[in-house]
Write a protein that binds this ligand. Structure first.
Ligand SMILES: NC(=O)c1ccc[n+]([C@@H]2O[C@H](COP(=O)([O-])OP(=O)(O)OC[C@H]3O[C@@H](n4cnc5c(N)ncnc54)[C@H](O)[C@@H]3O)[C@@H](O)[C@H]2O)c1
Length: 323
């Protein structure tokens, strides 16, 4: 099996999760890790027997790289991707792909021109529960999709980039993008959104702590998403979808899809590949067909979050095509 040599740009919490999974994978080899915080690059490099860098351009000068992972704060996206594309390397990049649509479209154009393999970290698309939900909904008429993402992310680090609107885009851009992406994945494209936002209790931050978004799907279906950082409980209310179709109801969350059988609720799941497996295999084979979250598709999920923020700011519905 051909070994795939991987470099990391960003060595924070999320990147380390990917590194751990890759280190268990046959035929994947992390050879270089860059972070502007030298200690983070050094620690991860020691753990994975890789070379540390603090300047990603220097790392990209290596001639042994087959693929790059970018796991960066949202506001940093843009130039790093353009430099990776210039270098002609396939890349995995974490969601959301950018802080604004201009950056995302510039990178998208460069990716399309270079015809590179890309994969964005919308890992929920690859789950067994998602495949089951997709097969149930195939050929159905969806009436309505209700999504929810309520949690208390960032409580331990209130001064971090996550809870600053100009650095993360707020919860709809940074986090509930997963729920939006799944709503698109299961119910199709979105034409317009109308959102309301409030900050009721997290007064120390400049992001909304509560978001309510109405969505009009191209199919004619409608949807509603609520997202909150004001909730101090656990993760059980994150990425939950209720889908009403053909007089039936399913409830999807990452760990299972609940369906009604003979009047009883039954939980269903099946194994699925990890997103890292899919990306590394695609790089090795040159075949993109198993990648369910390429860059160009991920831009559409970003558009919906950005349109929702704009809608709340302007207090009017926003057509996605107007962005
Ligand atoms: N797919 C998921 O479920 C999931 C989960 C968590 C986070 N994420 C995403 O992962 C990304 C990173 O999140 P995180 O929680 O790991 O953040 P983090 O702040 O822990 O890590 C980001 C790292 O990037 C480094 N960095 C910043 N600028 C850099 C540059 N120019 N060159 C090299 N390194 C640089 C920072 O020093 C930091 O170590 C975000 O996009 C986030 O949305 C995705």
């Amino acid at each position: 099996m051909k070994e795939i040599k991987i470099g990391f740009i960003g060595s924070g919490g999320n990147a380390n999760g990917h590194m751990n999974r890759l280190s268990e994978m046959e035929g994947a080899n992390i050879v270089s890790i860059c972070d502007i915080v030298a200690e983070k690059a050094q620690n991860a490099a020691e753990k994975h027997n890789a070379d540390p860098y603090t300047e990603y351009r220097e790392m990209l000068e290596r001639d042994d790289l087959d693929a790059i992972y970018l796991s960066l704060p949202v506001f940093v996206h843009g130039q790093p991707e353009l430099d990776v594309i210039e270098r002609g390397l396939p890349f995995f990049v974490e969601k959301p792909v950018a802080i604004n649509i201009d950056i995302a479209r510039e990178v998208e154009a460069a990716v399309t021109k270079a015809d590179l393999i890309t994969c964005v970290g919308y890992q929920l698309r690859y789950l067994g529960s998602t495949r089951i939900a997709e097969s149930i909904l195939k050929d159905s008429t969806i009436n309505m999709v209700i999504g929810k993402y309520w949690c208390g992310s960032g409580r331990g680090n209130p001064d971090g980039w996550l809870r600053q609107m100009n650095k993360s885009g707020g919860q709809l851009v940074e986090q509930a993008t997963h729920t939006i992406d799944m709503m698109r994945n299961l119910a199709g494209e979105v034409d317009s959104v109308y959102a309301m936002q409030a900050n009721r209790t997290l007064n120390e931050i400049d992001c909304p702590d509560s978001n309510s978004v109405s969505l009009q799907f191209s199919s004619g279906a409608i949807g509603s998403l609520t997202a909150a950082w004001a909730y101090a409980g656990g993760w059980e209310n994150t990425n939950v979808l209720d889908i009403l179709y053909d007089g039936e109801l399913i409830n999807w969350s990452p760990g299972r899809v609940s369906v009604q059988e003979d009047g009883n609720w039954v939980d269903k799941n099946e194994p699925g590949p990890t997103i890292d497996d899919v990306f590394v295999n695609a790089v090795r084979s040159g075949d993109k067909s198993e990648i369910l979250s390429p860059y160009t598709d991920a831009v559409k999920s970003l558009e919906i979050s950005l349109a929702a923020n704009l809608s709340a700011e302007q207090n009017k519905p926003i057509d996605i095509s107007s962005l």
